[in-house]
Design a protein around this ligand. Structure first.
Ligand code: PLP
Length: 379
């Protein structure tokens, strides 16, 4: 018998309620029925992003909205600051490069969070920087960056906006966009939003919309002004991924039913249990000082082949965990706990980790990780 489980930080496992809704017959996106769904989605997204502003929805993976946050905010000759502490931080730089935007990188050691003083220093010494691009949660390293504090720094610069890739942050931990003054927040559907890949999201405050007004970089599909105009009419500019919108209506309903605070607490607990479990096995966290609650990046112990371990998860148990990317390849595995995950899901993946490590010859006491997790999960 074969059963499969996703423990990758996107795509993630989906609630049956969402799957069932998406399995219904397709409707037309210019019908009143779809407009009603769209209208409900707009309200649900404002709740999830903790904003009064509209949240734009694009039919694309998360990178689409990231690209839009460069092409719609900046103008030719503008300069950016990019927090580069992993694969996704690097992506901000690659997008800037594609649009001919010069950027100052702040290179952060993988596994560490950004040093706020460096951001402050760069912004104060170079007044031509118009946007700071960062992640709230850097999925490739398992790090959480201090975006609240970054917003406080950027707020002092009238002509600079903070753009937060919260693709593995939204619906995982508290990121109150309006309260913290995050100028732009980006998300993607296949993470804590409990949907398949295929939708990206961008929310902008008034400061950021003023940047959009004067932006002269080329744009077509990801045209924020055009999308906003249509959003206000409960329409999308082009044919949307209709089934995903229907699923989104349901996943937003589920999130509201649980309540944002409870959602954050659940993620906090699952993350704490996973971290405690791997430490109890004598393993080290890749991001010990500032771990995100979206996933746990674990260093593969000496003498164990990390790629083989990741493969065995799937071969023996049908479990997909993520491997390390680039310089972390073979050195870490990443266990996700964002979205539709509950206490016993973590027990399962930790138990599988124990059985595999035992089989691979790593010395530890079987059950120690599960016990450490249980102790936290019972609280
Ligand atoms: C933090 C972060 N940013 C950006 C992306 C890219 O999103 P996508 O693969 O949906 O384009 C991901 C996806 O894993 C992510 O985790």
């Amino acid at each position: 018998m074969e059963k499969k489980y996703l423990f990758s930080p996107g795509p993630t496992m989906l609630p049956p309620e969402v799957l069932l809704k998406m399995a219904g017959p397709i409707m037309h996106h210019r019908e009143p029925e779809f407009e009603k769904i769209f209208s409900e989605i707009r309200e649900g997204l404002k709740y999830l992003f903790q904003t009064k502003k509209e949240v734009l929805v694009f039919t694309s993976s998360g990178t689409g909205a990231m690209e839009g946050a460069v092409s719609n905010l900046l103008s030719r000759g503008d300069k950016a600051l990019v927090v580069r502490g992993g694969k996704f931080g690097e992506r901000w730089g690659e997008i800037c490069k594609a649009y001919g935007i010069e950027f100052v990188p702040i290179d952060v050691e993988w596994g560490e969070s950004v040093d706020l003083k460096q951001i402050q220093k760069v912004l104060e010494s170079d007044r031509s920087i118009r946007a700071v691009y960062t992640q709230a949660s850097e999925t490739s390293t398992g790090v959480r960056h201090p975006v609240k504090e970054m917003a406080e720094i950027v707020k002092k610069h009238e002509d600079t906006v903070l753009v937060v890739d919260a693709i593995t942050g939204i619906g995982v931990f508290d990121l109150p966009m309006d309260r913290w003054g995050l100028d732009v927040v980006i998300c993607g559907s296949q993470k804590a939003m409990m949907l398949p890949p295929g939708l990206s999201f961008a929310a902008l405050n008034d400061k950021a919309w003023a940047f959009v007004e004067r932006s002269n970089l080329p744009k077509f599909y990801f045209d924020f002004k055009k999308e906003l105009k249509n959003t206000l009419k409960n329409q999308s500019s082009y044919t949307p991924a209709i089934s995903l919108f229907v699923g989104l209506q349901e996943s937003l309903r589920l999130i509201r039913q649980e309540g944002l605070e409870a959602v954050f607490q659940r993620h906090e607990k699952l993350a704490a249990a996973t971290r405690a479990a791997v430490k109890a096995l004598g393993l080290e966290l890749y991001a010990p000082d500032s771990p995100t609650n979206a996933l746990t990046a674990v260093k593969v112990p000496a003498g164990i082949d990390g790629i083989k371990l990741q493969n065995l998860f799937f071969e023996k148990f049908g479990i997909t965990v993520a491997e390390g990317q680039d310089r972390a390849k073979g050195k870490i595995i990443r266990i996700a706990h964002l979205g539709y995950y509950e206490r016993l899901d973590m027990i399962m993946v930790i138990s599988a980790l124990e059985m595999l490590l035992k089989e691979m010859g790593y010395a530890f006491e079987l059950g120690k990780g599960v016990k450490a997790a249980e102790e936290i999960l019972m609280r």
